[in-house]
Each structure stands twice: as structure tokens, then as C-alpha cells.
Design a protein around this ligand. Structure first.
Ligand code: 6MZ
Ligand code: ZN
Length: 347
């Protein structure tokens, strides 16, 4: 069943957008997954599991383990990065903050640093290609993710790496992974260090109901939060009082059954309360979506007008991890597109 109209999708495709919550290994193309699974002689039953289809949150994490088994070498990491950037650019995403968990794979001579450098290479490859094939450029920055399975030392290693690579496009740190694993006190010291090193921070929060952790995360005052699905009254009050922008991934939350339906999604109360919200894809490959589709779903589910969709898209620029002058440039780019579209319409 489609949760959006063709007209809305067409409009949302024309809308310039920013994607601020996209996991690299969750954003693989179908064809690439199939090709890599065959090349690595992955058991066909596992390939079937990778093929799209609704899956619960816990099944998602089994799926990521499988995807990680077919994206093990540097060239593949560079390739899937380049393809992901190309696909977001083709969806008229003008600014992309890609996030990924640096991985050590000694059998492939891979360290967290060489993994991250392979990702940065893929970002460069794609940005060069973009302007040629699409006639417009895409600006890409990288967040390094701490996985909830990692210990304190590993978290510090990722933060140190991110700090060293800031000049190459790393702008922040993400905390993600299976929300039922680990505890906040393991990673908080490294996140404090990240802040000291001038890195921005976004946290997957309240994906499952965990009031103690969610309260601690809100008190930490990250620069952004992701999901925020499971809040009780007290947490909701605290959340609103912080004004921290929230990355909302509609399809991801519905497909993983974190939220029961689009119309019941917390986008609505957050948006109506004037709380800063950013529409995102989370894992466009795993959930077979695009940012245009997420905007079109929101238009339908929450009766948003085209003006409101424009405002939503432009407001997201304020919440990027770009420097102020870069935000200004992006605002100018969006404004000139809006003016062109308005002119075309009147022709
Ligand atoms: C669906 N909701 C989610 N909740 C929490 N973490 C998620 C996620 N979707 C993806 N990830 C995180 O992103 C990793 C895959 O990309 P990278 O290997 O880092 O590029 C997953 O292993 C998980 O840690
Ligand atoms: Zn996520």
C-alpha cells in the first residue's frame, strides 16, 4: 500500500532537501546487495532475508549483520558510499550528512581509520560525478557512529578518529545500534570528549521505552536527537523544554513497529507544538524509501501544504552540522530554486 499520492511525490522530488539521518550500510541499492551477496556466495536463505519486506526492529539488526558480511573490503565501502551519495543527489538532496560505524576487519587489513578513509573516498568520488551527471552538486559531510555494542575504549577511539578527520568532512558523532543493548554510562565520557573536541553530537534516543536512559540523554543536551518514539509524560515535557531538534524517520518507525501508524506518529504533536523536526530516511535501502517519499508520506499523513513542506525542508538547514557561512550558502541555494520553480509555474 502506498502512503502518498503521485502528485505529492512529484512535488517532493522537485523540493531541494537535506538528509540528516542516513546510515551508510542501511542505504545500499537492491542491485548492489544482490550482486555482493552472490559474489560472496551468501546462503540464498540469507539473501532472501535481505530482500525488502517488513521486519521488526530486532530483525533489522540481524539484517545489518548480514549486510556487514558482504561489505567487508575497502573498495566495496567506497563503492556503496559513492552509490548512496549519487542516489540521494538524484532524489534532489542538496546536503547529506551520512553516518556510519567505523569497523575493524583485520582479515581485510581494515582499521577504523582505513574504513573511514574508504568512506571519505566514496564521498569525494560521488561529489565529483554529481555535478556532471545531474547538473547540480551535493554537499556531503560524515558522522561517525558509536555502536551500542562497543565499550568505552572503542567509543573513545571513534571520537579521536572523528576529531582527527574534521578537516576531511567529519562533522560529528552519532550513537546508534540495537537500543536494547549497552548502557549510557559506557559512552557518555567519550561523548563529553567529542564535545570538547568541537564535534557535534546526535543520539538515537527513546527508540524503545527506557526512561532512565532517555532522561540522561536529554540532560546531556546533544545537538540533535533521533527517533524519540517512546516518551512518557515527564519525558515529553523535558523533551519540549530542551527544544533539541529531532530527526524523524517515519517509514523506519512504522516498519519496525516502533510506532503503530503514520497518522499516530509523534511527528504531528511535535510539529504542532512548534518543536524543530527533520524528516529523514534512516535506512533508505532496508526500508525501500527515499527522502522525497518521506516528505510525501508526511504530506498525506499530516495534511501538509506545499508551503509547509518547503518550510520544513528549509528549516532543516538550521539544524545541520555545517558552519554558519555554509548554512547561509545552502539557504541561498534553496531560495534560488524556490524562485525558479515559482517563475516556471507562472510561465
Ligand atoms: C532502524 N533503526 C535503527 N536504530 C538504531 N541503529 C540503527 C538503525 N538503523 C541502522 N542503525 C545502525 O546503523 C548500522 C548500519 O550502518 P553502518 O554499518 O553504521 O554504516 C547498524 O548496524 C546500526 O548500528
Ligand atoms: Zn538511525
Amino acid at each position: 500500500m502506498q502512503h502518498y499520492t503521485k502528485e505529492d511525490l512529484k512535488f517532493c522530488r522537485e523540493l531541494p532537501k537535506t538528509e540528516l539521518h542516513a546510515h551508510l550500510n542501511g542505504s545500499l541499492r537492491d542491485a548492489t546487495i544482490r550482486e555482493l551477496a552472490t559474489k560472496r556466495q551468501l546462503d540464498p536463505s540469507l539473501t532472501k532475508l535481505i530482500e525488502k519486506g517488513d521486519r521488526t526492529l530486532s530483525e533489522c539488526f540481524k539484517l545489518f549483520d548480514i549486510i556487514h558480511r558482504i561489505t567487508t573490503d575497502h573498495d566495496t565501502i567506497t563503492r556503496i558510499t559513492s552509490e548512496a551519495v549519487e542516489d540521494f543527489a538524484a532524489d534532489n538532496v542538496r546536503y547529506l550528512e551520512l553516518r556510519t560505524t567505523p569497523k575493524t576487519r583485520s582479515e581485510h587489513g581494515m582499521t577504523k581509520r582505513s574504513y573511514t578513509e574508504a568512506v571519505l573516498q566514496g564521498m569525494q568520488d560521488a561529489q565529483g560525478k554529481q555535478s556532471a551527471s545531474l547538473g547540480h552538486s551535493i554537499t556531503v559531510r560524515l558522522l561517525l557512529s558509536i555502536d551500542r555494542r562497543e565499550d568505552t575504549a572503542a567509543a573513545f577511539e571513534t571520537v579521536q578518529l572523528a576529531a582527527e578527520l574534521q578537516s576531511q568532512g567529519v562533522v560529528g558523532i552519532d550513537l546508534s545500534g540495537n537500543p536494547t543493548l549497552g548502557q549510557w554510562s559506557t559512552w557518555e565520557p567519550a561523548l563529553q570528549e567529542a564535545r570538547r573536541k568541537g564535534l557535534k553530537i546526535t543520539l538515537h534516543a527513546a527508540e524503545v521505552y527506557n526512561p532512565g536512559e532517555t532522561e540522561a540523554m536529554l540532560q546531556f543536551r546533544p545537538d540533535r536527537l533521533g527517533h524519540m518514539c517512546c516518551l512518557d509524560e515527564h519525558l515529553e515535557e523535558l523533551h519540549y523544554s530542551t527544544g533539541i531538534p529531532v530527526e524523524l524517520c517515519l517509514s523506519s518507525n512504522i516498519i519496525t513497529e516502533s510506532v503503530a501508524s503514520y497518522t499516530e506518529h509523534h511527528f504531528h504533536p511535535f510539529y504542532n507544538a512548534g518543536h524543530p523536526v527533520i524528516l529523514c530516511t534512516d535506512d533508505s535501502g532496508v526500508f525501500s524509501t527515499s527522502l522525497s517519499k518521506e516528505f510525501a508520506i508526511a504530506a498525506q499523513a499530516f495534511q501538509l501544504s506545499h508551503v509547509q513542506l518547503w518550510q520544513l525542508s528549509e528549516a532543516a538547514i538550521d539544524h545541520t552540522f555545517l558552519r554558519e557561512e555554509e548554512k547561509q550558502e545552502l539557504r541561498r541555494e534553496f531560495k534560488s530554486i524556490r524562485l525558479n520553480l515559482q517563475t516556471e509555474k507562472t510561465l
